[in-house]
Design a protein around this ligand. Sequence first.
Ligand code: 3PG
Length: 185
Amino acid sequence: MDKYIPVVVIKELCEVDVILPALKANSLNCAEITFRTDCAAAAIKAAAEKYPDMVIGAGTVINENQCRQAIKAGAKFIVSPGLSVPVANLCRKKHIPYYPGCVTPTEIMQALELGITTVKFFPANVYGGLQALKALAAPFPQIRFIPTGGIDRNNIDEFLAFDKVAAIGGSFFVKESLEKFKGTI
Ligand code: 3PG
């Protein structure tokens, strides 16, 4: 898994060819394209075809139908804001990693029962930040986390320093990459 997971919102398909090159230029080789817009599946398909050296996944996947569309479009991983049992089952069947959002011990226990050992901790800033993450991690030594939500350059290093953090998710990677990329044109 990539250490950095940029959370990408594509409003128009043409943005794929702006955002992905910017991420690549910023040494980010992964993109979580979110199902928050109508063109999400088409954007995943375009990204997977045009940028085969990048790991393209789907985010904000909240039901089995979106999950099916995402996998069909070429998504290599699936992320949800919460935990969906139908999405988990489909991902397991298709051998695609699934990172559900979990912020309570009960949700983590449910993830474990589904065979999932890496979960998204979202929204990280609202659910108590690093302090809460550490407390939550203590009873689950087998679980690794992807904190997402409210993470930026000011706090990323403290999250990365915690050994239970598998990766960091965030939209700030996109913003930062676009700003830097524009600066080089
Ligand atoms: C997500 O869907 O993962 C979040 O919207 C990302 O949160 P951020 O915009 O605070 O990084």
